[in-house]
Design a protein around this ligand. Sequence first.
Ligand SMILES: N[C@@H](CCC(=O)N[C@@H](CS)C(=O)NCC(=O)O)C(=O)O
Length: 124
Amino acid sequence: MGMPWHMPGERGGDCLPAAIEFPGAGAVPSLVRMNPVKIYTKATCPYCIRAKQLLDMKGVSYEEIRIDAEPARRSEMIAAANGRTTVPQIFIAGRHVGGCDDLYALDDSGRLDQMLGLGVQPGV
Ligand SMILES: N[C@@H](CCC(=O)N[C@@H](CS)C(=O)NCC(=O)O)C(=O)O
């Protein structure tokens, strides 16, 4: 009685840590909404999964380009990523961020949230 009802796996339910809070869609500023995050991936790439996990945790939506599913777009990725051939390659608001390690390093430095415009709203 009085217990909130949760779907299995729902945030706040038994399967995910309640400490992870996802910002609402309004937390992502217009710059990033207009120039969204783009990530080139392959389905089985653990670095890709890890990079997407970080973005998911921050509540950031992204365009995923699966170069294993669309091999023709690999050359587009390499050209945009200054010759880098590994996946993931990540872009924020048109700027090349690099791969998964680069994304996490950017997060550790606090600059990722800045680039995503997170935490810059009044009162946050
Ligand atoms: N340090 C890189 C490692 C990326 C990496 O090694 N990715 C593998 C796939 S998991 C890759 O692209 N290998 C070459 C290929 O698949 O063509 C990062 O953090 O993104």
